[in-house]
Design a protein around this ligand. Structure first.
Ligand SMILES: [Zn+2]
Length: 118
């Protein structure tokens, strides 16, 4: 292998590792953020009940924030799975390791890449 190609492949590997660490960090931060948002929603709900207010109205904004954070978390986890070379079950959406031949959730057989079969 050409030394420049080698250096490039090492660099790509390192960059991927950095991306993975960054994503894992973002995912753990996002999980803590969601817990904090749930705690906020709980306090808001308790306050609304204590004041005899409308619980649904009081929880609308906090729960929308939770829902936003959850979709951000899902996007981060999807990106992490993609970087790890995982694949998504077309039947149920469960993330599978790249060498899994059957979905461990619904049992669907995974289509194999032709180059892997050869
Ligand atoms: Zn499945």
């Amino acid at each position: 292998m050409d030394i420049r190609e080698f250096a490039k492949s090492v660099k790509t590997g390192v960059e991927k590792e950095v991306d993975l660490q960054k994503l894992r960090y973002q995912i753990s931060c996002k999980k803590r953020e969601i817990e904090a948002l749930f705690a906020d929603a709980g306090r808001t709900a308790a306050g609304a009940v204590a004041e005899g207010g409308d619980l649904y109205e009081a929880l609308k904004a906090p729960l929308a924030a939770v829902s936003d954070a959850q979709s951000e978390l899902a996007a981060l986890e999807k990106e992490l799975s993609r970087l790890l070379g995982r694949k998504c079950c077309p039947a149920c959406g469960t993330w599978l390791e790249k060498d899994e031949r059957f979905c461990h959730s619904c049992g669907k057989k995974m289509p194999q890449d032709e180059k892997e079969d050869a």
